[in-house]
Design a protein around this ligand. Structure first.
Ligand code: OOG
Ligand code: MG
Length: 262
């Protein structure tokens, strides 16, 4: 870890302030080119600690950049992982203030909720399916704190992988009998379909993203707890949203969920 504890804390504060004050910043790797993967996740951990100290609760995790469409859109080549706190959770059909965000985009995802904890290494699709209580359609709102939504992998990890909000559907579906690989996905903005895909877009099977999250957490001596929500990553490119937009997602076999920007 080339960065000192003080620098890690200062960078977490910089990203936290940007989110709270709704302003962007330059990539942290511009100032700290030697920053390594451990530094990037240490900054993310420091960001989580700041939010928990303000009274937030950890309610889940997210995998990001798990589809080719997302990797190409962002110009990066590997999945990243982040955390979800309760302040990011919206009620199904709920509204998010556009003025509280810098340059938000939405992503169609499949959300997993586990019935028992999962810990890597060695976690795989079958282990995830065996530990899954149910799956739900999920819309993630992302809002990079970096100027023009441009970043490298280490910078976006430090920024909690652009997490800014999420909503999930209200009908839990057990995975038995579901075909998450072929499940068709349609994202609509203001009633117009703007993104299409299938579950397979995420690493061949969205449960693979959950397995990789468990393996990532396992490397740090942690696990995915039962009952928390896991977003497995955007299936299509992220879609920009403006105040007044309504966004709906339907996933074949899983139903619908929606949110609004006001
Ligand atoms: C990084 C977060 C990506 C996903 O689902 O791929 C992500 C970003 O694109 O800002 O959440
Ligand atoms: Mg996402």
């Amino acid at each position: 870890m080339p960065l000192s504890q003080d620098t890690v804390q200062a960078l977490a504060q910089r990203l936290d302030d940007c989110q709270q004050q709704v302003r962007d910043t330059t990539k942290i790797t511009d100032d700290h080119p030697a920053l390594d993967w451990n530094d990037a996740y240490a900054i993310q951990d420091a960001l989580l600690a700041r939010k928990l100290a303000r009274g937030a609760r950890l309610v889940g995790f997210k995998a990001g950049l798990t589809s080719r469409a997302k990797m190409q859109q962002m110009g990066v080549e590997a999945p990243v992982f982040g955390f979800l706190t309760d302040d990011l959770a919206l009620a199904d059909g709920g509204a998010l203030r556009h003025a509280g965000l810098i340059h938000p985009k939405v992503e169609p995802e499949i959300a997993f909720v586990l019935s028992r904890p999962l810990r890597g290494p060695g976690c795989h699709v079958a282990a995830v399916l065996a530990a899954t209580a149910f799956v739900l359609p999920g819309i993630e709102v992302i809002d990079s704190r970096y100027r023009d939504f441009k970043f490298d992998l280490k910078s976006v990890i430090a920024d909690n992988t652009s997490a800014a909000g999420f909503v999930v559907g209200g009908t839990p579906m057990p995975v038995a009998g579901l075909d998450l690989v072929n499940a068709g996905v349609v994202l609509e903005r203001n009633g117009v379909p703007v993104g299409f895909g299938a579950g397979a877009a995420v690493l061949g099977h969205p449960a693979q993203a959950v397995a990789e999250l468990a393996n990532h957490l396992g490397r740090h001596g942690r696990e995915i707890p039962a009952g928390c929500v896991v977003l497995s990553g955007g299936i299509t490119e992220a879609v920009s949203v403006a105040a007044g937009d309504s966004v709906a997602l339907s996933v074949q076999g899983l139903g619908r969920t929606s949110l609004r920007l006001i």
